[in-house]
Write a protein that binds this ligand. Structure first.
Ligand code: SF4
Length: 365
């Protein structure tokens, strides 16, 4: 309820947690870097000015946690090509303006292509059912949280004219890639609570063992984040890696088993490029053969738009920002040529993108 949410915003409790964190950092006596992997964490941190409550030698940076931002440019190009070839492309609002190599879906729509913004996979199915004369392609993006409903609509025998172009991505392998990057100095991860409601926090046990790095699953109110940070610092102070669930009101060890089995039945994992970051093994969800009849890639000859893109795109360092090795302020275009009104990169388009959040709320890390 709203009252419950407010409870997790109590300023006095926040000050107490911040004081605990300060004492912990004094005892730890060296800089600590925590990476969170979620645009919603970045929003709450920026909106409530949480960084200003933390000691200067504790940095909390955002990793590859913006699904729109990691959607690869050729994936956007595929969606644009499908729209230009005469299908109706339905997609989440955040994807609408994300630049492809030459154009975004918004550009394609302005030129006459059929592009519909939807709020859910089921709304895309409803649109297909109401427009049986159109081929409707749902450009499906996002992590486990949105992969689960896409899987569910495919399992529920959708209309024949409904297709999925999957750009869904799976977060844990991306954390491994970031943990292995030579110039990333991440001491611990604050993992995303909403993805963990699906996967369960037990999923991170292997990661903690393999990378000897603490992981704490955190929620999305200010106290959730501060509590998660304090819990992480307990691990750092004791010199142990470990896993904890700091969001027990929503996350369990095993997660939502029905949603996980739906994802598993509908999707296989394959390697693929995360925009600007790396080619990541087993981190892209693709439709299994049993769902080929609803696969846009199988049913249409997708010939992605090619051509010369905006030369400014070359200067976008979104990938480095999501890998935690740069900040928006390191980008020469930030707030100048690149703004939410005229975004050059995906990190400035999405509400979960670090550049857009920083532009909106300010606040140097
Ligand atoms: Fe890319 Fe714009 Fe962010 Fe620069 S400010 S990294 S161009 S999205």
């Amino acid at each position: 309820t709203e009252a419950d949410d407010l409870k997790f915003r109590d300023p006095e409790a926040a000050q107490e947690l911040a004081a605990d964190i300060e004492r912990q950092m004094e005892r730890i006596d060296h800089p600590v870097e925590i990476m969170h992997v979620c645009g919603s964490h970045e929003q709450v941190i920026a909106k409530f000015g949480l960084r200003s409550m933390l000691p200067s030698d504790l940095s909390v940076t955002m990793g590859p946690g913006c699904p729109v931002c990691v959607t690869n440019m050729p994936e956007v190009d595929e969606a644009v090509a499908l729209a230009e070839a005469g299908t109706t492309v339905a997609t989440y609002g955040d994807m609408f303006r994300v630049p492809g190599t030459v154009k975004s879906l918004a550009d394609a729509k302005a030129e006459g292509a059929a592009v519909e913004v939807v709020y859910s996979a089921s709304e895309a199915v409803e649109y297909a059912a109401a427009h049986p004369d159109e081929d409707v392609v749902f450009f499906a993006t996002g992590f486990e949280t949105t992969a689960a409903p896409t899987a569910a609509v495919l399992q529920a025998d959708p209309p024949e004219n409904f297709y999925v172009l999957s750009a869904h991505k799976y977060v844990p392998p991306a954390m491994e890639v970031v943990a292995e990057m030579p110039d990333t100095d991440v001491d611990a991860f604050l993992a995303a609570g909403h993805a963990a409601t699906i996967t369960g926090y037990g999923l991170f046990e292997e990661f903690v063992d393999e990378y000897d790095t603490p992981v704490v699953v955190g929620g999305f109110e200010p106290l959730d984040v501060l509590y998660g940070v304090r819990r992480i610092l307990e691990f750092v102070e004791s010199g142990t890696s470990g896993l904890d669930n700091a969001y027990p009101r929503c996350v369990s060890r095993d997660g939502n088993e029905a949603a996980m089995s739906a994802i598993d039945e509908v999707f296989a994992l394959t390697s693929g490029e995360w925009r600007g970051i790396a080619d990541i093994p087993d981190a892209n969800f693709v439709l299994r053969e049993a769902y080929a009849a609803h696969s846009a890639r199988r049913q249409f000859d997708v010939d992605p738009v090619s051509g010369d893109g905006d030369p400014l795109t070359e200067e976008c360092i979104c990938g480095d920002i999501m890998a935690g090795t740069a900040t928006p302020e390191d980008c020469a275009l930030f707030g100048e040529e690149c703004t939410p009104q005229n975004p050059v990169g995906a990190c400035m388009v999405s509400d979960e993108g670090t550049c857009k959040i920083r532009h909106e709320y300010g606040g140097h890390p």
